[in-house]
Design a protein around this ligand. Structure first.
Ligand SMILES: [Zn+2]
Length: 156
């Protein structure tokens, strides 16, 4: 069993965090990168906070921090707003984030806003999916894929 972490804790100074609203008291909790896939407790009312269950839009530094700190595989969706297949992939990516909550993290990189990150992964066509484990690329696939296939990537 994983330990349960108390958020909003000064022992975790952080460059990147996700704000997650407590379903019980409505307080905003800052979730640091390394605890995104953990179940925790609200810093105010101590109610359980579920692990991250939706995609996170990231820039270069957030991407680096999350992929470095993650204890679970990370699926990254390289996309752009003008790309039709990317829009078709978006609900699949969203579903994967929900279905794999606690076991994987899902990131989204807007290739127009973050061209350097796209270049680093040699992204030439989008959508383009990269799976990282312990900060290393374990799989990369261009093109639209169904959620069932994305889930297999994360289990491989
Ligand atoms: Zn609360």
């Amino acid at each position: 069993m994983r330990r349960s972490f108390l958020y909003n804790d000064d022992r975790y100074p952080m460059a990147f965090s996700v704000l997650r609203q407590c379903p019980s008291c409505g307080s905003k909790n800052r979730i640091p990168a390394r605890h995104l896939s953990d179940s925790g407790r609200c810093g105010v009312c101590k109610s359980p906070l579920p692990p991250q269950n939706e995609p996170i839009e990231v820039d270069d530094s957030a991407f680096d921090e999350i992929t470095r700190e993650a204890k679970v595989p990370v699926l990254t969706d390289f996309w752009a707003s003008w790309c039709g297949p990317c829009r078709a992939a978006a609900p699949e990516v969203q579903a994967v984030a929900k279905e794999t909550a606690g076991k994987a993290l899902v990131l989204k990189v807007n290739t127009e806003e973050h061209p350097q990150l796209s270049a680093r992964f040699g992204v030439q066509s989008i959508p383009n999916f990269v799976v990282l484990r312990d900060g290393k690329v374990v799989l990369q696939r261009p093109g639209l894929a169904p959620r069932s296939e994305m889930r297999r990537w994360l289990e491989a």
